[in-house]
Design a binder for this molecule. Structure first.
Ligand code: DAH
Length: 348
């Protein structure tokens, strides 16, 4: 029969040898081994049971050997545990190396709303011609929206521009034209002519359908100075239309009526789809109506304190949605306002 000391020796040797064979992937094996060696029901406890047969004088010596074995084994297990952990982390790092050649994750890019794109494009054209871009008020007075545009209270043309009223005298503007009066009021004509455009949102009491919306966007234009004539209006509009719809486009002016211009015209552009032959876009006429314009009514000049004998001017108003719809073949105005990404992303 082996002595306690021999047993201890064997246990130490065998345990240390087994520890060396354990791989980090099987860390649980080490835990099991530790329990089987140092646990309450483990081999060491079993060996200790033999102490009862040891003589009294030998006990302290054997006891010392037992404690020593326990310390050595405990330390060996701790070191092995640390080593396995290290190996595990090293292996993980090995696997997780970053491949810097992989393409990055793309952030989806947004884009300007098509109405903003059209507005900015038109602004750029006019800024290039020395115009200033001015802001107007969306909440306007009846006075500026109608009276100053030569539409007194009982004027029948008011019927075409019913709107949302804040009070009897305050309303959501029906067109950008009141900005004409406001900028003329503020302009010092002794310093030179006034050249401005004013883009913005306008409102009408309308039933929404494919071509009508209770709010939409216009761009107003106004030039007032000495010797401004219809020829200036025609030349300016011809230029803009070519920049917006292509250099082969020509314009045509048709007599029309607006209370704030005299004479008034409707501006048509030769059809950019068929070139004037007649097609479904131009309804077989070869022409597409694009905006209203005219020579500023003397009354409108005078109401701003501008001497209509000395000064004259032209004005025009176009719909931003209309330009976008014609340019891109959009057939329902509601697409602009519904926030559908499939609509918006077409104009990247
Ligand atoms: N304000 C007009 C409308 O909303 C458009 C317009 C026509 C503006 C002729 C003008 C103009 O400045 O001269 O229907």
């Amino acid at each position: 029969m082996a002595t306690i000391e021999e047993k201890l020796q064997t246990l130490r040797e065998e345990t240390l040898a087994k520890l060396k064979t354990i791989k980090y992937e099987n860390a649980k094996e080490m835990q099991d081994l530790r329990v089987s060696v140092l646990g309450k029901k483990g081999v060491l406890t079993e060996i200790l049971k033999g102490m009862k047969d040891v003589s009294a004088e030998m006990r302290p010596i054997i006891g010392k050997h037992v404690n020593e074995a326990r310390d050595v084994l405990n330390q060996a297990f701790e070191e092995a545990a640390a080593l396995l952990e290290e190996q595990k982390v090293a292996a993980q790092l090995e696997k997780e190396t970053v491949d810097v050649t992989l393409p990055g994750r793309r952030i989806p890019f947004g884009n300007r709303h098509v109405i903003s794109q059209i507005r900015e494009e038109i602004e750029d054209i006019f800024i290039g011609m020395g115009y200033q871009v001015v802001d107007g008020l969306e909440v306007e007075s009846d006075y500026y929206n109608f009276e100053r545009m030569n539409l007194p209270k009982d004027h029948p043309a008011r019927d075409m521009q019913d709107t949302f009223y804040i009070s009897e005298e305050i309303l959501l503007r029906t067109h950008t034209s009141p900005v004409q009066a406001r900028t003329m009021d503020a302009h010092d004509f002794s310093k030179g002519p006034l050249k401005m455009i004013s883009p913005g949102r306008v409102f009408r009491r309308d039933t929404d359908d494919a071509t009508h919306s209770h709010q939409f966007h216009q761009i107003e234009g106004l030039v007032v100075g000495k010797n401004i004539s219809m020829a200036d209006l025609q030349g300016t509009l011809q230029l803009i239309v070519q920049k917006m719809f292509g250099k082969d486009r020509v314009i045509r002016l048709r007599p029309s009526y607006f209370p704030f211009t005299e004479p008034s015209v409707e501006v048509d552009v030769s059809c950019f789809k068929c070139g004037g032959q007649g097609c479904n876009v131009c309804k077989q006429t070869g022409w597409i109506e694009i905006m209203g314009a005219g020579m500023v009514h003397p009354q409108v000049l005078e109401m701003s304190g501008v001497d209509s004998k000395k000064y004259s001017g032209f004005a025009f108003g176009l719909g931003q949605e209309r330009v976008a719809m014609l340019r891109y073949g959009i057939n329902d105005i509601r697409g602009f306002y519904q926030g559908d990404m499939r609509f918006a992303e077409q104009f990247k």
